[in-house]
Design a protein around this ligand. Structure first.
Ligand SMILES: NC(=O)c1ccc[n+]([C@@H]2O[C@H](COP(=O)([O-])OP(=O)(O)OC[C@H]3O[C@@H](n4cnc5c(N)ncnc54)[C@H](OP(=O)(O)O)[C@@H]3O)[C@@H](O)[C@H]2O)c1
Length: 254
């Protein structure tokens, strides 16, 4: 039976890099389903690999209708999905008084609800040995005033993924939560519409190539969490021991 990979957020940044590394690597997958809103970009990607079987699903994952459309595709084609990568997501920098409610809820809708819907819909089509990669963020490790809802949404992704990994053990399907620090992608164009990233965070920006390479390796090893880079690993270790109320005192209120 054909082995299928489903990748959301495939049109840019890390999602696009996952697609590239899978298509140009040694993976034994037979078919790729690429999901994002920008159809023309997905078609461009597909055109680069004429010898590969690539399906384009132009879906706005903030819309429940799109989840239903994905469900219909699954029911119609009954694929055997070997790999699911949920990379669609966005964040907005700013405090509660700076980010309007519809953008706050939009982040939850895409980063949490859509990710959960796509995952839950996909699991019945996965067999023993299947892998799920959920792109969370290092911002999941500690609450972040000024990036509040985004960090909270990623804390959800991390918690959901870890528990799901446990739940799916019996089925021999693994879930890897990818928790990068800042990564050089289009993410910041949308994130910085109102407020800029603090300068110190720019020092830690990693390349998407390396973050994705490590994520794929960690997923192959069935690791629960994938963290790229010494500084982010150190940050994760620190926030496990330093009380969060002390860390929160370091943030200015707005
Ligand atoms: N860059 C970072 O610093 C960083 C760090 C940690 C975690 N992350 C996480 O990594 C993931 C990938 O982000 P990235 O850095 O690669 O950013 P990106 O370059 O902006 O890519 C985001 C992807 O999500 C898709 N997307 C956005 N809204 C969508 C919607 N409503 N429906 C369907 N697809 C949608 C975009 O495609 P269309 O615009 O074509 O729809 C795009 O393919 C996100 O979950 C992000 O939160 C990023």
């Amino acid at each position: 039976m054909k082995q299928v990979a489903v990748i959301t957020g495939a049109s840019s940044g890390m999602g696009r890099e996952f697609v590239k590394q899978l298509l140009e690597g040694t993976s034994s997958l037979d078919e790729y389903w690429l999901i994002a809103r920008r159809k023309e970009v997905l078609l461009e990607i597909a055109a680069k690999y004429p010898d590969k079987k690539i399906w384009i699903l132009s879906l706005d994952l903030e819309q429940e209708e799109s989840w239903k459309e994905y469900k219909k595709k699954l029911e119609k084609y009954t694929p055997s999905i070997a790999l699911l990568i949920n990379a669609a997501g966005y964040g907005k920098i700013g405090s509660c008084s700076e980010i309007p409610w519809w953008e706050q809820t939009g982040m939850i809708r895409l980063n949490c609800e859509a990710l959960t819907a796509i995952t839950q819909l996909t699991i019945p089509y996965m067999k023993k040995g299947g892998r799920i990669i959920e792109v969370a963020s290092a911002s999941a490790f500690v609450p972040q005033p000024g990036f509040n809802v985004y960090a909270a949404s990623k804390a959800y992704v991390l918690s959901y993924s870890r528990a799901l990994n446990r739940e799916l053990k019996k089925k021999h399907i693994s879930v890897t939560a990818v928790c990068p620090g800042p990564v050089e992608t289009e993410f910041f164009q949308r994130a910085e519409e109102r407020k800029k990233t603090p300068a110190y965070k720019k020092l830690f920006r990693a390349s998407k190539e390396r973050v994705v390479k490590k994520a794929l390796k960690d997923a192959d090893r069935r690791k629960e969490v994938s963290v790229y880079g010494g500084s982010i690993k150190a940050m994760r270790a620190a926030v496990k021991v330093v009380p969060h109320r002390l860390i929160l005192k370091g943030f200015r209120s707005s």
